[in-house]
Design a protein around this ligand. Structure first.
Ligand SMILES: Nc1ncnc2c1ncn2[C@@H]1O[C@H](COP(=O)(O)OP(=O)(O)OP(=O)(O)O)[C@@H](O)[C@H]1O
Ligand SMILES: [Mg+2]
Length: 617
């Protein structure tokens, strides 16, 4: 007796629905994506009872031809692809030809549609998977789909529906995520008859930014950098949150690949690495990023609900993302983010002694800026010496500055610049020190407060990194080689990647099927847990083909050195020392936040001070 049978079509559709339709928001996603694929300019979403009672999506898109109507609701029928070739270069959000029949099999479903060229609309109803014959109906050009009583015939799923508010919250979040990327489309969302969102189509950069602000809050816009960068056929644009605006939850992270919101390990890893140096442990960055590339470079057919993709060249994508974001974040210098001095400020009388600094060189910040003054540089004398005397070979000025006398000519030039009304430095000039912890300074906007330890720590850390990079990775031979046991696959990876490890200062040798010997280690990692580090690096290499752990572990050591070597609280600084610190902050990458991601300085504007004193101006 035969025990294998063909499943009835309704059951096939219900099984497909099980994969894709988890909750009301999944229905909304499928319907709105269909509207977007149909080039709608306006999409209206009406929800009742969190979507359990009604989900209605109307659009003004291309519509469905009368002849195609029954096909639209049958399994494996789509207008979007026709061949494997098409599947490899999908440019639409949908392509599986499964969403409508799946939804129609687990709800009471109605589709009404009219292409602009067709005189009448047609309406087709499906009840739990059983379609009725189409009937003529009234409808403007476009399509409306109604989904009532979701999961009425799937009690197990219905039971898992959460409170109305929770389910609606998910729908709202979904609409926000679509509206962030489809900025040229108007979205209207209502719940139980009440309008909740109206997002008008954005036409230019300003209205696009306004929509982002509307969806994520003005704070997000103000505390993020807009980026746009293209290379090697990849293009990344969007907004990256400043490290100091990090969040307790990863709740404002939107990453789109060719217009599709995805979760991706390669992407997540690259982003995490880019923020690693500027974010406090356990905090999450906020970002809205759009990656665009040739559809051939990314496989979208890896997840039934299309939440994931697979990059054909994952390594290339990873490195492109990491580099682009890392460069953008390096620009978070104190004074650089939005605090451009508005009006020339007369230099305070006591500014003369150090006004010769990089005053004239604001546009060339960071590019060989000379050290302003010796005194504060001498503080670094307290820093632990780097192994191999890296400090004295640092080509970027510390030691030189220690010996630099005040340069009379440059000093005069600085004063002349001040007289000519040139812009003062962004962080202004120091006034005093508060409780041995904060530096108070005056700039064009008002009062600047600097946490001197945090600021100095970042500056020292960036310098140590530069010094280390200039020197190349140095390594030392171990007297007794260290044996590490790994899985066979991991040991093979070490063997394959031997040259890569060598570049990083390791000499490793496979000594058995499941063991390797460490013969040489990077000097900087002396004392670090080499065994765990190598295990982690191998895991990275196996999972994503690249690893920056060794560099990071080295940076951890440098960060600790920087922390110990930086000015402590209660250290009295002279005004020239404080001013030198301010100039260094302006010139140092990432100096807007300390090594733990906390801000190094804040601005209190005259306006804010006036408000404190209820002083009308
Ligand atoms: N709002 C709409 N406007 C115009 N045509 C639509 C609309 N919704 C669906 N269609 C048509 O119905 C077809 C079936 O839609 P369905 O969502 O089931 O499949 P799909 O979008 O092709 O693929 P996927 O299952 O990946 O979503 C689509 O290919 C499209 O031709
Ligand atoms: Mg679809």
């Amino acid at each position: 007796m035969s025990r294998i049978r063909q499943l009835p079509v309704e059951l096939v559709n219900q099984i497909a629905a099980g994969e894709v339709i988890e909750r009301p928001a999944s229905v909304v996603k499928e319907l709105v994506e269909n509207s977007l694929d149909a080039d709608a300019r306006r999409i209206e979403i009406d929800i009742e009872d969190g979507g359990a009672r009604l989900i209605r999506v109307r659009d003004d898109g291309g519509g469905i031809d009368a002849d195609d109507l029954p096909l639209a609701i049958s399994a494996h029928a789509t207008s979007k692809i026709a061949s494997f070739d098409d599947l490899e270069r999908v440019a639409t959000l949908g392509f599986r030809g499964e969403a409508l029949p799946s939804i129609a099999s687990i709800a009471r479903f109605a589709l009404t549609s009219r292409p602009a060229a067709q005189e009448h609309a047609l309406r087709i109803e499906v009840d739990g998977g059983k379609p009725q014959p189409p009937r003529p109906a009234q409808h403007p050009a476009g399509t409306t789909i109604e989904v009532r009583d979701l999961f009425y015939n799937v009690p197990a799923r219905r039971k898992f529906l959460r409170a109305e508010r929770t389910e609606f919250g998910r729908i709202d979040e979904l609409i926000a995520s679509l509206a962030l990327v489809h900025t040229g489309v108007e979205f209207r969302l209502s719940h139980n008859g009440k309008p909740v969102r109206l997002l008008r189509a954005a036409a230019d950069a300003a209205t696009v930014a306004a929509r982002v602000g509307d969806l994520l809050g003005e704070d997000f816009l103000q505390q993020s950098l807009h980026i746009e960068h293209a290379a090697a056929g990849l293009r990344l644009s969007g907004w990256v949150g400043l490290p100091t605006a990090s969040r307790a939850q990863a709740d404002q992270q939107y990453f789109y690949v060719n217009g599709r919101l995805v979760r991706d390990k390669v992407v997540a890893h690259a982003v995490r690495q880019a923020y690693a140096d500027v974010l406090f442990h356990g905090r999450h960055p906020a970002f809205v990023l759009f990656l665009d590339l040739d559809p051939l470079g990314v496989d979208v057919n890896v997840h039934p609900a299309k939440h994931e993709v697979r990059f054909r060249e994952a390594r290339l994508v990873h490195d492109f993302l990491y580099r682009t974001l890392n460069e953008a974040l390096a620009e978070t210098r104190a004074g650089a983010a939005g605090v451009a001095p508005a009006a020339p400020l007369p230099a305070p009388a006591n500014a003369g002694a150090y006004a010769y600094g990089n005053w004239r060189g604001q546009s060339a910040l960071g590019l060989g800026v000379r050290e302003p003054l010796a005194d504060y540089a001498a503080l670094l004398g307290a820093a632990p010496a780097m192994s191999g005397a890296a400090m004295t070979t640092a080509g970027d000025g510390w030691p030189a500055a220690q010996a630099a006398p005040v340069d009379g000519a440059a000093f005069a030039a600085g004063l002349a610049a001040a007289d000519a009304g040139e812009a003062p430095p962004p962080l202004g000039y120091a006034l005093a020190q508060l409780h041995g912890i904060y530096v108070l300074a005056q700039n064009a906007h008002g009062l600047v407060l600097v946490d001197m330890h945090a600021a100095h720590e970042r500056i020292t850390y960036e310098r140590l990194k530069t010094a280390q990079a200039g020197q190349g990775i140095r390594s030392q031979l171990l007297l007794v080689p260290l044996a590490i046991s790994l899985s066979e696959r991991e040991a093979a990876c070490v063997e394959d990647q031997e040259p890569r490890f060598a570049e990083l200062g390791f000499e490793l040798q496979r000594s058995g099927p499941q063991s390797v010997l460490v013969k040489r280690l990077p000097t900087l990692l002396d004392g670090a847990d080499a065994t765990q580090l190598i295990r982690d690096v191998v895991a990275d290499l196996l999972v994503q083909g690249s690893s920056r752990r060794i560099e990071e572990a080295g940076n951890d050591v440098l960060a600790t050195m920087a922390c110990h070597g930086s000015v402590r609280a209660n250290r009295r600084l002279s005004l020239p020392e404080m001013n030198a610190l301010l100039r260094d902050m302006e010139a140092t990458e990432r100096s807007g936040q300390c090594n733990h991601g906390r801000p190094t300085w804040v601005q209190l504007s005259i306006g804010e001070l006036d408000r404190l004193f209820l002083r009308g101006r």
